[in-house]
Ligand binder design. Structure first.
Ligand SMILES: CC(C)(COP(=O)(O)OP(=O)(O)OC[C@H]1O[C@@H](n2cnc3c(N)ncnc32)[C@H](O)[C@@H]1OP(=O)(O)O)[C@@H](O)C(=O)NCCC(=O)NCCS
Length: 244
């Protein structure tokens, strides 16, 4: 267990913790990592077909446990989790005001942490070489229209910007793909935080949410979504976690 206890400076802060999953292998930590997991996590781990997916899952599980233990004096293996009906995990015990959300992609695992506030995070790798096809399927009509006005090179990065923002929103709501992806849309402008507009049928308001985009590495794009309290911009602190 770590001896330093981290705090939030104000209740509007979100800490985005990133880690390199390959560190577990490089540093000989695969065995100790397994020892931190609960029986159901080990069972899920065993169901993965590919080693690469198994490593990502293991790294994500260790990340959330070790990161949460930076804030509370709880041993990483003592955290228990419960998932909602749509698969979103939350802390079940020991009792804590911490909230978190997780995302992973080849080369990076991410854990966003807040105190009490709804949070969603998504990371995607920009290292894909295939052109983006059928983007209308994932975007709202206005986003697809905005994308068509861009060059092919700009389209790829804008598509991933929309994708990560949309995922961060549906994950902050905890509902996953129950929320139709064409019923909310983002406006992305240089030097301004992204803004969302939401179809009134979804019974939510774009003003209730704040978004930020981060580039923790050259090839990874992260979007984070938090429920708005007092601030007009999200106060994001990017941190790197090294597995131990
Ligand atoms: C499950 C989903 C919430 C995210 O899936 P994803 O992008 O494949 O995976 P990520 O790595 O970003 O996130 C997975 C983690 O989110 C968390 N999660 C799962 N369900 C969640 C939910 N309903 N709400 C919030 N978080 C959730 C879990 O911690 C999960 O990791 P775990 O299974 O190892 O515990 C859902 O949005 C999904 O299936 N998306 C499909 C991708 C897609 O088509 N996106 C189009 C966007 S344009």
């Amino acid at each position: 267990m770590t001896t330093t206890t981290l705090h939030f400076r104000g209740d509007d802060e979100v800490h985005v913790w990133c880690a390199d999953p390959s560190e577990l292998e490089r540093n000989g930590l695969i065995g100790p990592a397994h020892a931190l997991l609960a029986a159901e996590e080990i069972a899920r781990l065993r169901r993965f077909h590919f080693d690469s997916d198994r490593l990502l899952f293991l790294a994500t599980r260790v990340l959330v446990r070790q990161v949460l233990s930076r804030y509370e004096s709880v041993a990483p293996d003592a955290w228990t989790f419960v998932a909602n009906a749509h698969g979103r995990p939350e802390i079940a015990g020991p009792k804590s005001e911490l909230r978190f959300n997780l995302s992973n992609t080849p080369g990076l695992v991410v854990c966003a942490v807040t105190r009490e506030v709804d949070v969603g995070v998504d990371v995607e790798s920009l290292a894909r070489t295939k052109p983006i096809e059928n983007f209308d399927h994932f975007l709202a009509p206005r986003e697809a229209q905005a994308l068509r006005l861009l060059t092919a090179a700009e389209q790829a990065s804008r598509f991933f910007a929309y994708w990560t923002l949309k995922e961060s929103y549906i994950k902050a709501r905890g509902l996953g793909l129950v929320i139709p992806l064409d019923r909310f849309w983002f406006t992305i402008q240089a030097n301004r935080p992204p803004r969302v507009e939401i179809d009134p049928k979804l019974l939510d308001s774009g003003d209730a949410w704040l978004f930020a985009q981060l580039r923790p590495t050259r090839q990874h794009l992260v979007a984070v979504c938090v429920r708005r309290r007092r601030r007009t911009e999200v106060n994001v602190v990017l941190r790197w976690h090294h597995f131990r």
